[in-house]
Design a protein around this ligand. Structure first.
Ligand code: AHR
Length: 503
């Protein structure tokens, strides 16, 4: 049997595990809003129509920040449609998803929901069909205390205090030809810079995200980032990255190695941003907002869009995630944490129903998909300082990425609490013995080993009838001896190993 080793030392620090890495995304798409977070008349809905069962699952998921209202949707959205008396709000064509938008849910409903969920809102402005003025208007309505037309309009709508939203996205995926209002890098870079300058005049405390590429396979990838940042570097705080991994072709070995691609993606964007910084003699390092990432069976989208005319909140890309998909999601979170020095925000897309960890039936229950579990446990346990680990691992072959290590890991050390958490994925088809060298952290002993093992039933999914088929299970707690510890990682598994120095 092949085996792996891992050395962990508290001296090898990457950076603090930023809570904003555990973000999610609510878009006006499919049943994410309507029938997801919001469903007036549902037995679980509160008087404002917010589904209490979805709120409870959102809190359990440990989500820190939620991006809103899109996505592709935002590129044709008029935010004013979603405020004021609901009866006066217009019905509109949403060109992004070929859907009728009723506007029953808008900015103020979202902010109420975010408050109930205990999450930080992250707003996106429309830089597809709109520009500087509309972005400023939205910011004035949202963050200005009062005494102006738009801030007083908010007060008239029953919201006396400004929301103080800190995080703002300057549009969405404007590099994509599918985007309403698609632009060249120069066109977008100029618009984003001017919008950023004006928005920071209204509220200098905000942080801004410029759009990076929609994925690493875009033909303009890296040159888009370079050009956009030439225009925007001094005005923004983050450059975005988006990626989805598609298991549709059944190549399990490759999909399990998706984190290899995400890792290279982050490295490439950091290198590009740092290149622009060097050219412009900028000393401030830009961070990445990885504000859309997930597994997505993308081949199903076309069928979803082709099947219908203009309807309200149709079921769109409601993927059922397998046990293998959960291992992939766990590994993507490991990758984001391992780049904690340069990834400052990350949002799994999306929160409810649309390629989501939370699934609902309209009028029925809500349940946890397989991918819910690695997210919830990582968000719960990854607290403290991310440490660089030194793994020695055998490889396995993938058609997409060549030879890839079977082991992927990250360690998080909470010095104050005296705790160490090791997240580890075994991508291989056989169990993997792992030897941990913890001599740099004397006095630690293992207290828990949780594992989500997909080896026995890789295609297993959670459903309304069987909502707990894929869940992490307690595995034998390993023993620690003189700073050394041995543990068995099941075939195709995502694992949490918890250690403490407290008795
Ligand atoms: O999350 C689904 C869609 O994927 C988003 O609207 C878009 O930004 C991305 O292409």
């Amino acid at each position: 049997m092949r085996s792996a080793q891992l050395t962990i030392d508290p001296a090898f620090v990457i950076g603090p595990a930023d809570r904003r890495i555990f973000g999610s995304f609510v878009e006006h798409m499919g049943r994410c809003v309507y029938g997801g977070v919001y469903e007036p008349g549902h037995p679980q809905a509160d008087p404002r129509g917010l589904r209490r069962d979805v709120l409870a699952l959102t809190r359990e998921l440990g989500v820190s920040v939620v991006r809103y209202p899109g996505g592709n949707f935002v590129s044709g959205y008029r935010w004013e449609d979603g405020v004021g008396p609901v009866g006066d709000r217009p019905r509109r064509l949403d060109l992004a998803w070929k859907t009728i938008e009723t506007n029953a849910f808008g900015l103020n409903e979202f902010m109420t929901w975010a408050d109930e969920a205990g999450v930080e809102p992250m707003m996106a402005v429309n830089l597809g069909t709109r520009g500087v003025q509309e972005a400023c208007d939205l910011l004035e309505y949202t963050n200005h205390p009062g005494g102006t037309q738009l801030s007083d309009l908010r007060r008239k709508h029953g919201v006396e205090q400004p929301y103080g939203v800190r995080l703002w996205c300057l549009g969405n995926e404007l590099d994509g030809p599918w985007q309403v209002g698609h632009k060249t890098a120069d066109e977008y870079g100029r618009l984003a810079a001017e919008t950023a300058r004006a928005m920071k005049l209204i509220d200098p405390s905000i942080s801004l995200v410029a759009c990076g590429s929609s994925n690493r396979q875009m033909p303009t990838f890296a040159s888009w980032e370079a050009t956009v940042l030439e225009h925007t570097y001094e005005h923004v705080d983050y450059i975005s990255a988006h990626t989805y991994y598609d298991p549709s072709d059944g190549d399990r070995a490759s999909i399990l190695a998706s984190a290899v691609d995400m890792d290279a993606f982050i490295t490439d964007v950091v290198a590009t941003a740092d290149h622009v910084a060097a050219r412009q003699r900028q000393r401030r390092k830009l961070k990445i907002s990885f504000d859309e990432w997930n597994v997505w069976y993308q081949s199903r989208l076309r069928a979803d869009l082709d099947r219908r005319g203009w309807v309200e909140a149709p079921a769109l890309i409601e993927d059922d995630f397998t046990a293998v998909d959960a291992v992939v999601v766990g590994d993507l979170l490991i990758t984001l944490l391992r780049h904690a020095d340069r990834v400052g925000v990350a949002c799994q897309a999306q929160l409810a129903n649309v390629i989501a960890p939370i699934r609902t039936r309209t009028g029925g229950p809500a349940w946890r998909q397989s991918i819910f579990h690695p997210f919830a446990l990582t968000a719960r346990y990854a607290r403290g300082t991310v440490l660089r680990t030194e793994p020695v691992s055998p490889d396995y072959d993938t058609s997409r990425y060549g030879p890839v290590p079977v082991l992927d890991t990250v360690a998080i050390h909470d010095e104050k609490a005296g705790e160490l958490v090791v997240l580890a994925v075994n991508r291989g088809a056989e169990d993997l013995p792992l030897a941990l060298d913890l001599r740099g952290l004397p006095g630690l002993r293992a207290v828990e080993h949780l594992g989500l093992a997909a080896g026995d039933d890789p295609e297993a999914i959670n459903t309304e009838a069987e909502p707990d088929r894929v869940t992490p299970r307690a595995l034998p707690t390993p023993t620690t001896d003189g700073g050394r510890c041995s543990v068995l990682l099941p075939a195709v598994s995502w694992n949490v190993l918890r250690f403490t120095s407290r008795l």
